[in-house]
Write a protein that binds this ligand. Structure first.
Ligand code: APR
Length: 278
């Protein structure tokens, strides 16, 4: 349940709101945990192909897709079904209300491919790891929604049929999930690399929610803010690299707990502090 913000957090938000620049949020799988979507590095992430158990970091690669495209597609279509069955939670909704109040001063970078921020109604969002509801041509840049003929309730273990394979094409070419894989690089066109770094450089305050900080661009965002002297508020039930930076540098505050406990109260305080005065 939502908790009352400690006074130093309220003071920090008020202090930073008078500085120029956006209030930048960075979210990871933890913000969707209370919607029932397993986190990436949690125990539910594993996937069986034949008799072998794969870790998500082995499957979410261009190399795995090259070697076994049907199996990797089936894994994504199952994960997409899990995301489709989930609903945005109080933390997603709180960010929508905040954006409605502070408009262009709101910015969100999400690592989540589940689309819950977008379904809740957030508009200013950079989905830096793609979107599980989309695909793109393997040899090309065109993206498209996953076709309506592909079941949205794909059960665990269901294999692709020939009809599925026919549907998973963009402009008559084989398609792949529109997500960023571990053996690939960020770019601006699909993954908002430059825009994210610009938002970090300009931010007045960074709020990091529910991420282990295991991927490259989020860590760069955190480091860039720290180099600019921009404080962070870190929300996570566990300490992580972002909370360690905050605790080591004194630049910001670690709020230990879940997104549901802290995000609604923090978003409400930020709405008061960052809203334009009439
Ligand atoms: N509220 C807030 N945080 C939570 C909650 C919760 N209810 N439950 C778990 N967490 C935290 C965990 O403590 C952990 O730090 O969320 C984090 C989830 O970490 P990961 O599963 O590693 O997810 P994430 O950091 O988003 O992964 C980053 O890695 O593999 C890639 O592309 C994939 O986007 C993903 C990226």
């Amino acid at each position: 349940m939502t908790r009352a913000l400690p006074a130093p957090v309220e003071a920090l938000v008020r202090e930073r709101a008078v500085e120029p620049g956006p209030l930048l949020w960075l979210t990871g799988a933890g913000i969707s945990a209370e919607s029932g979507i397993p986190t990436f590095r949690g125990p539910e992430g594993y996937w069986k192909v034949g008799s072998r158990n794969y870790h998500p970091q082995q499957l979410a690669t261009r190399a795995a897709f090259g070697a076994m495209p049907d199996e990797v597609w089936a894994w994504y279509l199952y994960r997409r079904a899990v995301c489709r069955a989930a609903e945005p939670n109080a933390a997603h909704h709180a960010l929508v209300e905040l954006e409605e109040r502070i408009g262009p001063r709101f910015r969100l970078i999400t690592q989540n491919v589940d689309g819950l921020h977008q379904r809740a109604g957030t508009k200013r969002v950079y989905a830096i790891h793609g979107n599980i509801d989309e695909m793109r041509a393997v040899s090309g840049r065109v993206t498209a929604p996953i076709p309506a003929g592909i079941p949205t309730d794909w059960p665990k273990g269901r294999a692709l049929t020939a009809a599925d394979r026919d549907l998973l094409q963009v402009e008559a070419r084989p398609a792949r999930p529109h997500v960023l894989w571990f053996d690939e690089c960020y770019d601006e066109e699909h993954f908002h690399f430059d825009s994210s770094l610009r938002a970090a450089a300009e931010a007045s305050l960074l709020v990091v929610v529910g991420t282990t900080g295991a991927t490259n661009l989020p860590m760069q965002v955190g480091m860039l803010c720290a180099r600019h002297g921009t404080p962070s508020i870190v929300i996570n039930p566990e300490p992580n690299p972002f909370s360690e930076v905050v605790e080591r540098s004194g630049l910001g505050i670690f709020l230990q707990g879940t997104a549901g406990e802290w995000v609604p109260a923090l978003a409400a305080a930020a709405a008061e502090a960052y809203a334009p005065t009439p």
